[in-house]
Design a protein around this ligand. Sequence first.
Ligand SMILES: Cc1cc2nc3c(=O)[nH]c(=O)nc-3n(C[C@H](O)[C@H](O)[C@H](O)COP(=O)(O)O)c2cc1C
Length: 415
Amino acid sequence: MKRVDDFRLRFGRQELVPIVVGGMGVDISTAELALEAARLGGIGHISDAMVQTVSDRRFDTKYVSAKLKQYKYNIANSDKSEVKFCLDTLAEATRSHVGRTMEAKRGDGLVFINCMEKLTMNGPRDTLRTRLTAALDAGIDGITLSAGLHLGSFALIEDHPRFRDAKLGIIVSSARALSMFLRKNARLDRLPDFVVVEGPLAGGHLGFGMDWAQYDLATITDEVIAYLKSEHLEIPVIAAGGIFTGSDAVGFLERGAAAVQVATRFTVTEECGLPDKVKQEYFKASEADIEVNTLSPTGYPMRMLKGSPGIGSGIRPNCEAYGYLLDANGRCAYIDAYNREVALHPDAKKLSVKDKTCLCTHMRNFDIWTCGQTAWRLKDTTHKRADGSYEVLSAAHVFRDYQFSTDHQIALPPR
Ligand SMILES: Cc1cc2nc3c(=O)[nH]c(=O)nc-3n(C[C@H](O)[C@H](O)[C@H](O)COP(=O)(O)O)c2cc1C
C-alpha cells in the first residue's frame, strides 16, 4: 500500500515531499506554520493578505493607525475612492513579512506566498505589482497566484531579475481558466512552474458559483492533466480541496498529480494563527454547521462556519484603516449594503447587514471562520479532554500523518 512519502514533487533537480500547506489569509497560515512545512521538506505558504495589518501584529509596526490617521477625515463619507495605499509602505511591509520569514527558514523545503488578485486595494495593478515585486525582492522561494484569473500578473513582474528563477504558479478551478492564463501569457515565454487545481470542497473563496456541489476535484484534476498533455506541457499539477487523509492524497498522486495542497487540517495546529477559542470552534463543528454563502464582497462564494460572529454584523466599513477590497473605483459591495441599511433604519443604534460582510475587519479579527468542507472531521484527528475541549495538534504531527499514513487512518497525537 503506497504512502505519500513514496512520491516526490520535482522542480528540476530539486525533490520535495509532495505536501503543500495552502495559503490562509489573514495570517492563519502564519510564518511559523509555513516554516514547519518547509523544515519537513514540503512547501509552506505565508499570505500577503492585509500585510500591513499582519506586520503590525507581528513586528509591532504602526501601519494601520498611520493610514487611519491620514484618512480619518473621510470616515463618515460613503465615497472611499480617496483612500489609497502608499506603495512604498506596502512594499516595506511586504519585504519585512517575507524577508524575516525567509531568514528563519530551515530544512530542504520551500516557502511560497499566496497573492490574491481580489485584494484590489483601490489600485489593482499598482498594488499587485508592488506586492509581487516586494516578495521577490525579499527572497520568497515562490508565489502562488490565487483568487482571480491573474491574466496580467506575470507581465507585472516580467522585468524583475527573479522572474525566471522564482517558482511561480497559479490556482485554477478548471482547465479553461488555465488555458486562458497560458494563452494570455504566451508572449512572455515563461510557463508557470506549477498549477494548483482547487476543487469545490476547499476553504476560503471558491472558484465556482453557488452550483459548486456539481463539480468534483478528481474530474477537474484529470481534465487539467489531460489538457496539459494535449498541449505537450510538463507542468506539475497540485490537487487541492477536501484531501483529508494521506490515502486521499495518494489517490491524487496516483492519478497523476505531482503533489497535494492541504489546509483545513492545519487550522487546528499550534502554529496556525487562529486564536485558541476559534480552533475549538473548528473542532466542534458538525457537517450542518458549514455553509457556502455569498457574503464576501469579492463576489466569490466562500465557505465558513455558520456560527462566525462576522455573519450579520453591521459594523461601519473600516476602509480608512484597511480598504483591501476596494475595487479600482474605490467601491466595495459591503459599503453599498451597509449604506442601504443606514438609509432604511436611520435611527437604529445597531445595524445588521445580512447579505454582505466587512471581510477586511472580520478576517482581521478572526470573526469569519472560513474552512474546508471536511472541517467537521477535525474532531476525529485528536483527543477530547475531560472538560469537552480538544487537544490542539502540532503542524509536524499533521504533516507527518499526511506523509506516512495508510489505509485512510489518522494518527492521533501522543498522549
Ligand atoms: C482557513 C482557510 C483560509 C484560506 N485562505 C485562503 C487564502 O487566503 N487564499 C487562498 O488562495 N486560499 C485560501 N484557502 C484555501 C487553501 O489554501 C487550500 O487550497 C484549500 O483549503 C485546501 O483544501 P482543504 O482545506 O480541504 O485541505 C484557505 C483555506 C482555509 C481552510
